[in-house]
Design a protein around this ligand. Structure first.
Ligand SMILES: Cc1cc2nc3c(=O)[nH]c(=O)nc-3n(C[C@H](O)[C@H](O)[C@H](O)COP(=O)(O)OP(=O)(O)OC[C@H]3O[C@@H](n4cnc5c(N)ncnc54)[C@H](O)[C@@H]3O)c2cc1C
Length: 423
């Protein structure tokens, strides 16, 4: 007979202690680590995979969506890796396609330069909480379970995994039915210069025309003259933080990828062969913490401004149908602020922030703030806030906003219109 639950107790050796411990090395986590390290803090970054960059590398997203504010660490990445796209001003929009392999390498080198201690294959499994403080996190490593201590902890797992484990309140997906945006397995095709034989492996689908496709549309980019076609056309109804649903998604998405490639090879890309399939199916949306402030559709649509602004974006509302219909809700956005309070979990947490796509936001608001450049901006602010909290000996939710914004400026971030508002 299957028991309903087990209790599990162990003595776990403490491996290292950091001033700032970042969990998850995606856009938010890499920027958080750099932001804190630049204030002289000892930073440890735990990443469950073998690479930094999060969905941007692991899931082959490979394109930065435009946010109207090319700033801070995101701007630095563009300058150092994609300089041909660097706009003169911060308040401009770019949408460059990049190599996820180069970005992966770039981050390895960048972290060395910044003095960030990165642990790969190191998956967060639990928190040790004493009162309002998280004392340590437990991670599964190649040596088994190890404990890592941090004066400040920043959850950049995308799924709010650390915050949820520590007892923070959270929501999942769309208000009402909890459905999240669907998952997509990104892949690239390479122009071989000669006709290729379309292959449809067993169990895959024959898409006759565009209406049969999972998204009901052709969505791909070919920005450079290197013959690389980046394809974002699969769509699987699943919650990327649900163990059972992820099993389904990983197999269904791969079937769709082969089926889409077969369709493209018959309809305009007769000389293209599959070159690379992302190692994991991309996750757009899972959990959002309940923070001190929740960003709403109203804020996004009406261009809300906040005194504790730490990031800004004008990326559209962009909701791939959570019901896996062939529709995408895309709505223009003029621009709005994201306040610091969205990263501060509600409740008694002295030393925990959540940065990146899992901040406190409604389903619609999240669809706009989730893109990479915004997650870099949020991460950088979280890293700086964690460092200031240590320096000023205050709970991280109570850091002085003026100091946080001033430090962001020192690190070459720009918050459009803030000076005028402060006058
Ligand atoms: C299919 C798809 C297409 C997209 N298209 C675009 C686009 O064109 N342009 C754009 O700018 N954005 C796009 N996005 C959105 C964007 O990529 C993500 O929203 C963004 O990467 C989120 O950043 P993040 O740092 O919050 O989380 P993530 O990128 O999800 O990174 C989280 C990191 O934490 C790690 N992690 C998770 N759990 C643990 C754990 N327990 N222990 C240790 N590490 C852990 C993960 O391995 C990962 O590295 C797309 C997303 C998807 C899925």
């Amino acid at each position: 007979m299957q028991k309903s639950a087990y209790s599990f107790e162990r003595q776990i050796k403490t491996h290292k202690k950091a001033d700032v411990l970042v969990v998850g090395g995606g856009p938010a986590g890499t920027a958080a680590a750099i932001g804190a390290a630049r204030l002289g803090k000892k930073v440890i970054l735990l990443e469950k995979s073998a690479q930094l960059g999060g969905m941007g590398t692991l899931a082959n997203v490979s394109i930065f969506m435009p946010v109207g504010n090319v700033t801070g660490i995101y701007r630095e990445i563009i300058k150092e890796m994609l300089s041909e796209y660097l706009p003169a001003g911060h308040d401009e929009s770019i949408a460059p396609q990049y190599s996820p392999f180069l970005l992966r390498h770039y981050f390895n080198e960048k972290m060395k330069k910044e003095g960030v201690d990165v642990y790969f294959h190191c998956e967060f499994v639990g928190t040790v909480r004493e009162g309002s403080r998280i004392q340590a996190v437990i991670a599964s490593t190649r040596e088994g379970l190890l404990a890592f201590e941090g004066d400040q902890i920043i959850d950049c797992t995308g799924d709010a995994r650390v915050a949820i484990d520590a007892g923070a309140a959270y929501r999942t997906g769309r208000e009402g039915d909890g459905l999240t945006q669907p998952m997509t397995l990104m892949f690239t095709m390479q122009n071989t210069g000669k006709p290729v034989k379309p292959i449809l492996p067993e169990g895959c689908y024959y898409y006759k025309d565009v209406t049969d496709l999972p998204q009901g549309r052709r969505l791909y980019w070919e920005q450079h003259d290197d013959g690389v076609l980046l394809v974002n056309m699969s769509r699987v109804k699943a919650n990327g933080a649900d163990a059972e649903q992820v099993n389904y998604a990983e197999t269904e998405a791969l079937k769709q990828v082969f089926s889409i490639a077969h369709y493209l090879q018959r309809t305009g890309f007769e000389t293209y062969a599959i070159a690379h399939i992302a190692p994991q199916t991309g996750v757009r949306e899972t959990n959002q913490i309940e923070g001190r402030y929740t960003l709403t559709e109203h804020d996004v649509v009406n261009g809300s401004r906040f005194p504790d602004v730490v990031a800004q974006t004008n990326y559209e509302i962009d909701i791939h149908s959570p019901d896996a219909q062939k529709t995408t809700d895309e709505r223009h956005v003029d621009g709005y602020d994201i306040p610091y309070r969205c990263m501060v979990p509600a409740g008694e947490f002295e030393n925990l922030l959540v940065a990146g796509r899992a901040i406190s936001a409604t389903h619609v608001a999240m669809s706009s703030m989730r893109v990479q450049a915004t997650c870099y901006a949020l991460g950088q602010a979280a890293g700086i806030a964690a460092a200031l909290s240590i320096e000023d000996a205050v709970p991280v939710g109570d850091v002085e906003i003026g100091k946080l914004q001033a430090e962001l400026m020192k690190q070459d971030a720009r918050l459009i219109g803030i000076k005028e508002r402060q006058r």
